[in-house]
Design a protein around this ligand. Structure first.
Ligand SMILES: [Zn+2]
Length: 257
């Protein structure tokens, strides 16, 4: 005889199966890239421009996967094709040497028109934040401002790129702590060397000033994000001015720039 309990069990099972199927379909759904994506990437993304044909195809594929997995939502701003491509480029550049990389700690990127304050308030005058990786209730969410996002790619000489900065925080955070030590990609034997190098550079920055953005002297996490912007945008300058940092970052990101 079929008991009420058995009926509930079967119903529960059906619900779980339906959820599972929908999840798989959502994950596997690949969204098409805009028609002029090659043109936009060529015009705006120096890293992409410098790749050979095969590398470019790989980059495009990675971008498509990223955009299929992560929702991009404009908040009082329109997320245009260019914005979506630039966010994806910022995501892929730091992990380009890791073909299987997935930002499992990110579900959504919110695109704000301008800067905001730490309560995510877009109004008022005290709103110095240009990008952030969410914590607590905002876990798995990144906020980035449209103006800073575009500026980061349009000006590719100033060693600043907000999108790369925020995605480096996520790479750092993947091991559970955002502490400037990306243990997922940094070999264990180099961890102490890296920490010491961060400490000595921050000390130097505080004592003598630096060509490195002073925001990097805030703590290890910000230092790692700031110096990564420098590495990806001005590798030539970093190599000339800070060869030890250049070498270490090449090791962390498994690439020569
Ligand atoms: Zn930061």
């Amino acid at each position: 005889m079929v008991t009420v309990l058995q009926i509930f069990f079967v119903l529960g099972l059906i619900v779980i199966i339906i959820q599972f199927v929908f999840r798989i379909r959502r994950v596997n759904k690949t969204i098409p890239l805009p028609e002029n994506y090659r043109e936009l990437l060529n015009d705006y993304v120096k890293f992409y421009r410098q790749l050979d044909e095969k590398g470019k195809e790989k980059f495009e594929e990675r971008i498509q996967h990223f955009l299929s997995a992560v929702q991009i939502t404009g908040v009082n701003a329109i997320a245009e094709d260019l914005d979506r491509l630039l966010i994806a480029a910022g995501a892929i550049i730091p992990v380009y040497a890791f073909p299987d990389w997935q930002y499992i700690n990110l579900h959504e990127v919110l695109l704000y028109p301008g800067t905001f304050n730490e309560d995510f308030d877009q109004g008022g005058s005290d709103r110095p934040v240009t990008g952030m990786v969410g914590t607590g209730a905002m876990q798995h969410v990144m906020i980035i401002t449209k103006w800073e996002l575009r500026q980061g790619f349009i000006n590719n000489h100033d060693a600043r790129n907000t999108a790369i900065h925020e995605f480096v925080h996520l790479v750092d955070k993947m091991d559970g702590t955002m502490d400037g030590v990306p243990e997922i990609i940094l070999e264990r034997k180099y961890v102490n060397k890296w920490k010491n190098l961060m400490d000595s550079t921050i000390r130097q920055m505080k004592s003598y000033g630096s060509d490195i953005d002073m925001y990097g002297a805030t703590n290890h996490a910000e230092f790692f994000a700031v110096i990564s912007e420098y590495f990806f945008e001005r590798p030539d300058l970093l190599k000339a001015n800070h060869p030890e940092l250049y070498e270490m970052l090449g090791m962390i990101y498994k690439m020569e720039r």
